[in-house]
Design a protein around this ligand. Structure first.
Ligand code: ADP
Length: 437
């Protein structure tokens, strides 16, 4: 026969082994929901009397307890429940702030008496049965001043009972869980604070960079305007025209930059609402090519679309902006001029548009970062080309919103080609477009 002292020894060493296992689970490098799920499963495994259980956490914004982990219950269903303060075992144990044992079906039923019908139905659905627990032990999850929730462990077997010493053990488990939650929440708070600080710093840097960029064309405008206003100098007609042309170009640059900033703001606040219309992309390409001819006599635009190019559905305002941003770059980054070829190709499911220039090109290591906001290739910024580093990120946001892709191929010193695709069919619309150019 086992002596009482040996039974206690065996019990203590079981508990120690169980605690070690739970503590080990809690230190695993996982996100809180996975951690809580793993720890609850471990507890159910090591605590012989417990068959099912849940970790219920108080959610201030909901004003209710929500299930954070469940064993034996379907977590997704249990998460639909909203336990109020004082409601059922969870609410009572949380209010009292101490572990409680409910060691008979009657005690459990009494403690669950005020469970609202709505929650009762959810609990039964989550369990897959109307059966009530036959015994239950619950402990508040508290760390210092912070009350997080309740750990509830239950059995459905009427022959099982939780021995009184379980109470202290379950409270220790709940304390371990509280430490893990406390750590995870402080880490999340620290991360949010770090990100907010970084965003602030970034915003300040961006404002400084944008102001600097806007000042460049402004200085050009001011310089030529001042020159034209000088009474003591008589400018020839040719010079006056040249100055005015420079002023016009600087105004275009500023307009483009302000448009980029506005578009980015719209995209950031998720205001990129697409108004789909049947669109002939070749018409947009020709419009943009005429703009190039008006702006520069060194660049020669070529539009190359097959006659069978299909009509697609897209938002003309935003697609025009994509063409403009890409063709603007083709002009800006080919200071010696050259061909700018806008080509269209039709494929079975989509169309591909490409814009090639014979400009300075982009080093391979910068090809991916081009689409990050405010990124500008160092070498090209020394060309004193005005820009915000927003044109390509905007183009990408617009193309992706249409369900397309955008990418760049380039060779330093030879030129750059920007490609983008647009689906022939509007995403979510089964209809095939049948028009042709
Ligand atoms: P921005 O032109 O206003 O600087 P973009 O987002 O349009 O911003 O482009 C980001 C960077 O990519 C540019 O600063 C430039 O360094 C590089 N880039 C874009 N298009 C070209 C091109 N066609 N040729 C060479 N470099 C380019």
């Amino acid at each position: 026969m086992v002596s009482p002292i040996n039974r206690i020894r065996a019990h203590v060493s079981d508990e120690l082994a169980a605690l070690t296992e739970v503590a080990k689970t809690l230190t695993a490098p996982a996100e809180l929901p996975e951690l809580l799920d793993a720890v609850l499963k471990t507890i159910i495994r090591v605590l012989e009397q417990a068959d099912i259980g849940a970790i219920m956490l108080w959610d201030q914004s909901e004003g209710a307890f929500l299930a954070a982990a469940a064993a034996g219950y379907n977590l997704e269903i249990l998460q639909e429940s909203r336990l109020h303060a004082g409601e059922s075992i969870t609410g009572k144990v949380f209010d009292e702030g101490r572990a409680r044992l409910f060691n008979s079906a009657e005690e459990v039923a009494l403690a669950m008496e005020n469970l609202r019908p709505f929650n009762r139905r959810i609990v039964a659905r989550a369990l897959g049965s109307e059966a009530l627990p036959q015994a239950s032990v619950a402990a508040p999850i508290i760390a210092g001043e912070q009350k997080f929730g309740v750990l509830v462990l239950e059995t459905l077997d009427s022959h099982k009972q939780f021995p009184p010493e379980t109470l202290a053990f379950v409270q220790t488990l709940a304390d371990l869980i509280a430490l893990a939650i406390d750590r995870a929440r402080s880490e999340a708070r620290a991360k949010a604070a770090r990100e907010a600080r970084q965003a602030d710093r970034m915003r300040a840097e961006v404002m400084a960079a944008l102001s600097h960029e806007l000042r460049m064309p402004l200085a050009t405008i001011k310089g030529y305007a001042t020159a034209l206003l000088m009474d003591e100098v008589q400018w020839s007609d040719e010079k006056r025209r040249e100055f005015l042309r420079q002023i016009e170009e600087a105004c275009n640059d500023m307009e483009g930059m302000i448009q980029d900033i506005l578009d980015t703001t719209l995209i950031e606040v998720n205001q990129l609402r697409l108004e789909y219309q049947p669109l002939r992309l070749v018409h947009i390409a020709r419009e943009i090519a005429s703009e190039v001819r008006r702006r520069s006599d060194r660049h020669r635009p070529v539009v190359d679309f097959p006659s069978t190019f299909p009509i697609i559905e897209a938002d003309p305002r935003w697609i025009r902006q994509v063409f403009r941003n890409i063709v603007d770059n083709a002009i800006k980054y080919s200071p010696n001029g050259g061909l700018i070829v806008i080509r269209g190709e039709a494929r079975p499911a989509d169309v591909v548009i490409s814009v090639s220039d014979q400009g300075v090109g982009i080093p391979p290591e910068n090809l991916i970062t081009l689409f990050e906001k405010y990124f500008r290739v160092r070498a090209t910024s020394t060309l004193h080309v005005p820009g915000t580093g927003l044109g390509l990120p905007i183009a990408r946001a617009i193309i992706e919103a249409h369900g397309g892709r955008i990418w760049v191929k380039s060779k330093v010193g030879e030129g750059t080609t920007v490609y983008f695709t647009l689906p022939r069919q509007r995403p979510g619309n089964g209809k095939e477009q049948d028009g042709q150019v």
